[in-house]
Design a protein around this ligand. Structure first.
Ligand code: MN
Length: 265
């Protein structure tokens, strides 16, 4: 089994190293990750400059390839140019900080896994819901179990798994919940400052908003001490609205009723 390991915290992040080592004995591991931290770049790709790569070593051991681009760039480049053969699995993480609710849209960690999925490869994103928690042992345990499960059951085409770990030692984790993407989001504030050359700049800060979550949400699961496993699809269509759109925007020339495939949700 060939496993591509990537992240958005950068090639030097301890979570990346922990994830690569976690699955080392389950297959051939290739690490291709951003050269610097690229958290919150979402699904951005690099079009107007080249992608520089650097092969990183620790003594004789090759640690992986650092890429000057985004997490999505790393997955594309690895699969289409760097790896001798396409991987059987893409693992992204272990991210510092939760990727629940709307944060999934900004997340480079999840976008790397989404890119793997777009390219037809089963993919998993793993995050720890804390910026300080340093115990990777529970995440490693979960990553290994997920790899075993995927090897047996695969994933539906177009679907990836977004996994969030509570920041707890394994003995205190209450179990797994299969979740839906919740509403978690940040309330942001722009701090205005002046630079040494007297120019005004803004720097965004934010903290998670305390808002009600729908039943079964990823955010609630993690907050209550459970591992959240949320299947995500990159098809953003609102199927319920699509079914009820007939007659709308008629002035635009009569929109035909959408021809929905029977398998649509
Ligand atoms: Mn990150």
């Amino acid at each position: 089994m060939r496993i591509l390991v990537t992240n958005d915290d950068g090639i030097h992040a301890p979570g990346l190293r922990a994830l690569a080592e976690a699955v080392e004995d389950l297959g051939t591991v290739h690490v291709v990750a951003p050269a610097v931290e690229r958290s919150a770049v979402g699904h951005a790709i690099t079009l107007f400059e080249p992608l520089w790569i650097e092969r990183m070593h620790d003594g004789d051991k090759e640690l992986g390839v650092a890429v000057s681009g985004t997490p999505a760039d790393c997955v594309k480049l690895a699969i289409q140019a760097l790896l001798p053969e396409p991987p059987d699995l893409v693992l992204s993480g272990i991210n510092r900080g939760a990727n629940t609710g709307t944060n999934v849209l900004y997340s480079g960690t999840v976008s790397a896994a989404t890119e793997g999925t777009i390219l037809g490869i089963p993919s998993i994103a793993i995050s720890i819901a804390s910026f300080e928690f340093r115990d990777y042992e529970p995440s490693i345990w979960v990553a290994r179990e997920l790899v075993r499960d995927l090897r047996e059951h695969g994933l539906p085409r177009g679907t990836l798994l977004n996994v969030n770990m509570p920041p707890l030692p394994r003995g205190e984790i209450r179990g797994v919940r299969y979740t839906r993407q919740g509403r978690a989001r940040y309330v942001e504030n722009f701090i205005e400052r002046t630079d040494p050359r007297n120019r005004t700049y803004y720097w965004m800060e934010g903290e998670k908003e305390d808002r009600p979550e729908p039943p079964g949400s990823d955010e609630t699961a993690v907050a209550e001490g459970f591992i959240s496993i949320c299947p995500i699809h990159y098809d953003l269509t609102d199927w319920a609205m699509l079914r009820s759109m007939e007659g709308r925007f008629a002035e635009l020339g009569g929109v035909p009723a959408p021809d929905l495939p029977p398998s649509a949700p």
